[in-house]
Design a protein around this ligand. Sequence first.
Ligand code: UDX
Length: 437
Amino acid sequence: MDLSIIGSGYVGLVTGACFADVGHNVICVDNDAQKIKQLQAGEVPIYEPGLEEIIHRNVSARRLRFTGSIEEGVNNSQIVFIAVPTPQQPDGDVDLSFLEKVAREIAGVLRDYRVIVDKSTVPVKTGEKVAQSIKRYNRHGADFDVVSNPEFLREGCAVADLMRPDRIVIGAQSEHAIDLMKKVYEPFMAPMLVTDISSAELIKHCANSFLALKISYINAVSAICEASGADVEKVADGIGMDHRIGRDFLNAGIGYGGSCFPKDIAAFITISERLGTPFNLLKEVQRINNAQKERFLKAIRETLWVLREKRIAVWGLTFKPDTDDVRSSVAIELVTNLLREGAHVVAYDPKGMQKARALKPIAEAEFASSALEAVTDAEALVVATEWNEFANVDLAVVKDKMRTPIVFDGRNLLDPETLRRLGFHYYSIGRASVKPQ
Ligand code: UDX
């Protein structure tokens, strides 16, 4: 099929590349001329495992191309996917101006029937607004259908998530649009759920907020574990073995971050209030997430006493491993707070340093070129992101290099027994602290 994707960010680019890989002809559109130039030159602007290879393969096979022109995309495709950012406004509401602008632009160049699919995460009822907007600016009076098709991919394993999805959600009114959407997704051989547009939009907000709720649940439990001497990993295993609960997303840590959970939960709270049905449970999810970050900082302060002038190594800057994305990263927030308290932060991240360096609050940090370089002469090590690389570092060497062997593990990445054996002072989340004799 001939498809176009408007917006070549994480979702748009991965979706476009994977659609091409299963045989569709795809045009990826973006209004960032620099990004399009880069993509046309074979450079991939984001790090996502497997993505570069798929893009190169499909560009060579002439199934994938890039353009700055919405008109070119709309003219040459049966289905137009919109995957533009829907960022958070300061009041928690979603900024839908990019989506609205794209809808108007599509309407202006629409000449024949097209299915317009919203892939961006939006509050329930946005599909109706998109349809209204297209109708209003539809210069040539062309026929169209609006569909909601939320995306569930996770950064770091986006290609795998897209190629082998748990489900495909198609929110649509017209049978013709549903048939076309089913054809797009046939090659993925995944279960398809067809709903009305509002339900599809809600599914996305509900899925993300439920996952965040699981994380906040286990993080609240981790505080109880620390106070009572229980082990949160064992508790998570024990409840996760109940298939009704499941072990996924029960990893205690310093809280969730990233470009989706914080934003989507704030947006869901706002839309629920606007609809007159406030979802207060989600406010507690947010509160626990913030408290967890504060609790971790408190543990650092309690052990190191004064942070001013302390040399603190931080492993990990991205919001999760296997990505270079540092947006709303808890690690970045942590570094910002350590710097604010006068600590000398030496940070290292396998993929996120370039993007982190560009962030104003952490410009004062020193950046190391390896995990071991970061810990040299450090008075404490903070593990902020659970990159596999960190789990494989020789901790005996780390101990030799540090001035004082103190580790704060915000992701429960390291093994407490090994740290005890090596004589570290070790704090992790929801597990008994290790203190040298
Ligand atoms: C999320 C959803 O998982 C995905 O379906 C949706 O399409 C987009 O939002 P993403 O933000 O890429 O994906 O990352 P995810 O793996 O969900 O992690 C989000 C945050 O939660 C990270 O900061 C991660 O460290 C944290 N997390 C995750 C935990 O703290 N504990 C866990 O058990 C799982």
